[in-house]
Design a protein around this ligand. Structure first.
Ligand SMILES: [Zn+2]
Length: 616
């Protein structure tokens, strides 16, 4: 009864998808082949298969990158947590629970002719030898080619697995790298064997009626002279599915360029000018436009990011050796803060007032001060009023030495930190205007726009000139201070590229086996075979879920997942740091992994989704 049901299901599938026909599959495994090296090598035969196939140079074996676990995953369609192989001695294997695709083909239809020819004998000894109709352990890659050609010339094979080993051997001997001639040479030699095998296949008398799928892949990459670790060089592999029924496509990882987390008042990714003391400064040469005399009301603003509260000159026009010297300066309360302060003097009279404490916390803060020359100077910290002081007794504050950002006019009292957004207005800005604009970029809708005399954003990012956006001269010169461009984080998203476990499932789908849920296959099919849930009809990113809080600190919640879904969390360096079934929807990420962009990979049956979570 069960057999009858299976047969009718298969007939139904045949009538639906029409492309299976006399389905046959050739799986070519090339051990230890890095896709970037495959790209570097001259491989006309594989290139022809790629041109007719679905190809990904960004496929992954992101499990154990040794040959035993790798070939087990490829041939069985499950990861090591299921097939049980964790090293090349195959201890712990469960090929009864998770059979190879060859065994599933033989179980479904013993009349299929199955062959496995391997240079690395453990594949036959442990996985395929007792399963297929013919298993050959070949002493060389050339012997693998010879046996394959003979079977294709003379036999009636339905499923063939070939294993070539020389690429891996040369990687171990000379290095897994595109600059290594022996390694590249081995790839090119293997391509020649593939050419011979493909010639034998396409020369078959009934080739036109036979529906061949050719799958080519590798078990792992390599780095230096080895593999077995979790570097991307070891985990990246290629996946190729080629044949008459395949829609050609190239599947690439997504590259995400993520800017640094936004900072208070500063656009993410903005360049900043760093002052490291020792006279580092921006100098605005003296000009009539800088003169303030006895009566000119004015307002000054600057954004600072610092962790020091010493007696420095942040911006000013005076010799800061004594507060009585003529001129103005933004500084810190003598001798070491914690409040920031403003001093103004004419040589005889001085006035001083403190702003808020807490601005030297390494974050951006805006310091503003309006000077009503026959009244008060008023200090604002991040747009909030801090203090005021009578300055009506202070007379002429012009010095004639220009203005300095980051030191006083003698290049002393040097500031350590970053500065930006220096604004110089004529007139007294209102509390409302200062509050509303302290954290914004300037534009003509500012109520005092017409009174803006100088605006140095200090975001040039390079060079020794800082421009004044009002266009009225007053260009600054950078002395010693250095530009710092915050680096974005490049993250790669492999959500939609194949995995090594997809090889077996793609083969089974092409061969029109019904993929039973209780087989617990992890891979998915990349061809339009008989399965109704292959990738041609299934977006891997269909899991609907919510992740919060994002950004977060130690924990995130994830909702909407089925109880069978698994979650893997990768830190910004790509290392797995957490994995779980959802059960509890709360996940805690260890602190050692640091800040940055985490990838959260969710697998739920054949559906996958990768989410990004920012830890700050
Ligand atoms: Zn290997």
């Amino acid at each position: 009864m069960k057999l009858l049901l299976t047969v009718s299901a298969c007939l139904l599938s045949l009538s639906l998808c029409c492309q299976t026909g006399d389905a046959r599959v050739l799986v070519i495994g090339i051990d230890g082949t890095r896709p970037d090296c495959l790209e570097a090598a001259d491989t006309p035969s594989l290139d022809a298969l790629i041109a007719d196939g679905i190809y990904s140079p960004d496929a992954l074996n992101n499990d154990i990158t040794y040959s035993g676990p790798g070939w087990s995953a490829m041939l069985c369609g499950v990861w090591s947590d299921a097939h049980g192989v964790t090293s090349n001695n195959f201890v712990g294997s469960d090929f009864d629970g998770f059979p190879s695709f060859m065994r599933r083909l033989e179980l479904e239809n013993p009349d299929l002719n199955t062959h496995s020819i391997c240079h690395w004998s453990p594949i036959n000894d442990y996985i395929l030898g007792e399963v297929v109709d013919e298993a050959i352990n070949a002493p060389t890659d050339a012997a693998v080619r010879d046996a394959a050609v003979s079977i294709l010339d003379n036999g009636d094979p339905h499923a063939v697995f070939l294993h070539f080993d020389d690429v891996d051997i040369n990687g171990h001997g000379y290095g897994f790298n595109a600059t290594v001639p022996q390694y590249i040479g081995a790839i090119e030699t293997t391509d020649g064997y593939v050419a011979d095998v493909m010639a034998a296949l396409t020369d078959r008398p009934d080739y036109a009626q036979e529906n061949w799928l050719i799958l080519v892949s590798t078990d792992h990459g390599g780095i230096g002279f080895n593999h077995g670790g979790t570097s991307i060089e070891e985990e990246t592999m290629f996946f190729l599915a080629s044949g008459n029924a395949v829609e050609p496509a190239v599947l690439l990882k997504d590259t995400l360029d993520i800017l640094p987390a936004p900072e208070n008042c500063v656009a993410p990714g903005s360049a900043e000018l760093r002052f490291e003391g020792s006279g580092d400064a921006v100098v605005i040469e003296d000009s009539p436009a800088l003169q303030l005399g006895v009566n000119q009301d004015f307002t000054l603003e600057v954004r600072i990011r610092t962790q020091a509260t010493s007696d420095v000159a942040i911006i000013g026009n005076k010799d800061w050796n004594t507060g009585l010297n003529p001129g103005f300066v933004f500084s810190f309360e003598y001798p070491n803060g914690p409040a920031w302060k403003v001093n103004i003097a004419d040589g005889n009279e001085r006035a001083d007032a403190n702003g808020a404490s807490g601005v030297a916390d390494g974050q951006w803060h805006t310091l503003s001060c309006s000077f009503d020359r026959d009244g008060m100077m008023r200090l604002y910290t991040d747009g909030v009023f801090s203090a005021e002081e009578d300055i009506s007794a202070v007379g002429d504050i012009d010095v004639g030495s220009g203005w300095f950002f980051g030191s006083d006019i003698l290049e002393a009292y040097s500031y350590t930190g970053a500065l930006s957004e220096v604004r110089f207005w004529h007139g007294v800005l209102s509390e409302e205007a200062i509050s509303a604009w302290h954290c914004s970029s300037l534009d003509a809708s500012h109520p005092n726009w017409e009174s803006l005399q100088g605006h140095w954003a200090l975001t040039e990012g390079a060079g020794l000139e800082v421009s004044n956006s009002t266009g009225s001269g007053l260009v600054g010169t950078v002395q010693g201070a250095e530009w710092n461009q915050p680096e974005g984080i490049i993250t790669f998203d492999y959500s939609n590229t194949p995995r090594i476990v997809d090889v077996a499932v793609t083969a089974l789908d092409h061969m029109c086996l019904t993929l039973e849920p209780d087989w617990n296959l992890t891979g998915i099919s990349w061809v339009d075979g008989c399965s109704t849930t292959d990738v041609a009809r299934l977006d891997r990113s269909t899991i609907k879920t919510t992740l919060y809080p994002n950004p977060g600190t130690d924990q995130f919640q994830i909702t909407g997942l089925s109880p069978n879904a698994t979650i893997e969390v990768f830190d910004p360096a790509g290392r797995p740091v957490h994995s779980a079934q959802p059960g509890s929807s709360t996940h805690t990420v260890p602190h050692t992994a640091g800040r940055g962009v985490y990838l959260i990979r969710i697998v739920d049956g054949e559906q996958r989704r990768t989410l990004r979570w920012i830890r700050h």
